[in-house]
Design a protein. Structure first.
Length: 318
């Protein structure tokens, strides 16, 4: 079995290069997608060039937009091409994640239960309260999102157009809105209900997953055979937390499922903010001591170097 790490990177090349060095023991595989608008040369200074998705394939990813799913699917397809569809564990991570167990521990963990898909999910039918209302709204009403650090536009057909913007409307990049027009036009031709895809077992989960290559191949085949599913994804809000997870929940009946292995629990101690502080040392220790957390996010190389050094000092003893 081979572990293949698939990274979605946006910034912090120092952290990512440290993470790759930490994980690169000669047995693991790597594929890295760097957001198209970011200078990739800064990442390549300390990471082998062959680990990166090619320049022509890079995608401009926007949080909460289908472009994130496109980047994930690109990584999955390239991983299948490079490493094959059998006996691999694909670990999808953010560039802000860091391992909190040794390579040997991680390998033994996956080997002891392979093949398994690790992703936490909540079925739409099991949700309660406002969370349920939000997710059903995302599914039953098609959303069109354009966002950057300054502005977000959301459009729901035959309902309303809402623009939240901290700048003047006249300053919204017109070209980007113009490029969205095909989506807007197609929006009105989509069935209000999901039609032939009613069999989908809708669920929501964290973006980050550890999946069997066999299951990933099934997902890619399903999307190729049902391209309309991707079109639905274009109009979901936060599709990176819904679409691939829903497909897995629908079609993967053979490979067992467990909870995901990337700890994102720091949001509970910082009011929803995932960022790790150096003062979170007790939280980090708890995560290290938890046998089912292999990775932790969200680190920053400018602020957490001492904490990262501490993690490495612990894992080197394993």
């Amino acid at each position: 079995m081979r572990i293949v790490y698939l990274f979605l990177a946006y910034n912090d090349w120092d952290l990512l290069s440290r993470t790759v060095r930490r994980l690169d023991d000669g047995n693991n595989g790597f594929l890295i997608h760097v957001q198209k608008s970011v200078d990739i040369e800064k990442f390549k200074k300390n990471i082998p060039n062959e680990y990166f998705i090619s320049e022509k394939d890079r995608i401009e990813t926007i949080w909460g937009d289908y472009s994130c799913v496109e980047a994930e699917l690109l990584l999955f397809r390239k991983a299948i091409e490079k490493y094959g569809e059998k006996d691999n564990q694909f670990v999808l991570m953010s560039g802000s994640c860091y391992p909190i167990k040794s390579n040997k521990y991680i390998y033994d963990y996956f080997s002891s239960c392979s093949p398994v898909n690790f992703f936490a999910f909540c079925s739409f039918t099991e949700m309660q309260g406002d969370f349920k209302k939000m997710c059903f709204s995302n599914r039953d009403n098609y959303w069109l999102s354009f966002s950057n650090t300054k502005c977000k536009i959301e459009i729901k057909p035959f309902n309303f157009i809402r623009i939240r913007c901290v700048r003047k409307i006249s300053e919204i990049p017109f070209l980007k809105i113009f490029k969205m027009l095909p989506r807007i036009v197609y929006l009105f031709f989509l069935p209000k209900k999901l039609g032939k895809y009613k069999e989908l077992k809708w669920c929501v989960s964290e973006t980050w997953m550890e999946l069997s290559s066999v299951s990933v191949k099934k997902v890619l085949d399903y999307i190729d055979e049902n391209p309309g599913v991707s079109k639905i994804g274009l109009y979901l809000h936060n599709p990176e937390e819904i679409l691939i997870q829903t497909i897995l929940n629908t079609i993967e009946l053979d490979v067992p499922r467990r909870n995901y292995l990337v700890c994102c629990e720091s949001r509970k101690i910082h009011g929803g903010d995932l960022s790790i502080r150096n003062s979170d040392i007790d939280f980090v220790k708890d995560c290290i001591n938890n046998p089912n957390f292999l990775y932790l996010r969200k680190f920053n190389s400018n602020e957490n170097m001492e904490l990262l050094d501490y993690i490495d000092s612990i894992t080197e003893k394993e």
